[in-house]
Write a protein that binds this ligand. Structure first.
Ligand code: PEP
Length: 254
């Protein structure tokens, strides 16, 4: 069974007090998570340690960084390394979010380097891919996403690729309130899985969690998550509202 994941991406939001309060409310709820479900909070870097301490007693909850650099240490002012994340117990990281690709010029090559270093240190990458609106408008989304996978993931050996979580996030649906329809989501997730199967085999394809991201909220989570190839979501805006994210966690498939 593929792991079903509700991942919150808080992006560059909240003060430390607001972050603590939000986590307290979220952790105060009872979820009855099955062994097959997990919840990940990608919090801003300054709050990673605090968040780690808060979720310590919750066995199926994890803290993620929103970014990491592709080198372990050195003269890279302002960057955060996997070694640092590991030293504070952070075991997940979002890699290649479209905002990092767009605003910080992250290339497929840099992203591949980040995936590699995470694998070396046993940190789970949540690898983001997805097309912009002009690509979707000319119906080129499959080849676009396929290229992203080829460049940054498909060079990995089978025993490594199965450790990566993929998040399909059509850029036109991120933060816009415009969710992809459940048919569009299922179609792309099935396509991604078919590409993994073609390259690696059915066992690998069936073991990788593929999350959907793009304006997921309480009102649409159940329908999107119920699609056969969707294994949960990566959630931005709605993850900052406790009731919304609680409902999203509860919408995960068992
Ligand atoms: C995201 O940031 O990954 C995201 C999907 O944002 P939103 O849910 O706000 O569209």
């Amino acid at each position: 069974m593929r792991v079903q994941i509700a991942a919150a991406n808080w992006k560059m939001n909240l003060t430390v007090r607001e972050a603590e309060k939000l986590l307290e409310v979220l952790l105060g709820e009872s979820y009855e998570l099955t062994e097959n479900q997990k919840v990940v909070f990608a919090v801003p870097a300054p709050y990673l340690t605090i968040a780690e301490e808060k979720i310590a007693k919750h066995s199926q909850m994890f803290i993620a960084a929103q970014n990491v650099y592709s080198k372990k240490s050195g003269a890279y002012t302002g960057e955060v390394s996997v070694t640092m994340l590991q030293s504070i117990g952070v075991d997940h990281v979002i890699i290649g979010h479209s905002e990092r690709r767009e605003y910080f010029g992250e290339t497929d090559e840099l992203i591949a380097g980040k995936v590699n270093i995470c694998l070396e240190t046993n940190i789970t990458s949540i690898f983001c891919c997805g097309e912009a609106l002009p690509v979707r408008e000319v119906n080129q989304q499959n080849s676009y996403v396929s290229h992203q996978l080829e460049e940054s993931l498909f060079y990995l050996p089978a025993e490594q690729i199965v450790k990566v979580v993929i998040a399909y996030e059509p850029i036109w649906a991120i933060g816009t309130g415009k969710t992809a329809s459940s048919e569009q989501v299922q179609e792309m997730h099935a396509f991604i899985r078919s590409q993994i199967e073609k390259r690696y085999g059915i066992e690998e394809a069936q073991s990788i969690s593929i999350l959907y991201g793009g304006s997921v909220k309480a009102a649409n989570a159940k329908e999107i998550f119920s699609q056969p190839d969707v294994d949960g979501g990566l959630v931005g805006g709605a993850s900052l509202i406790a009731e919304e994210f609680i409902a999203i966690i509860k919408a995960l498939k068992v």
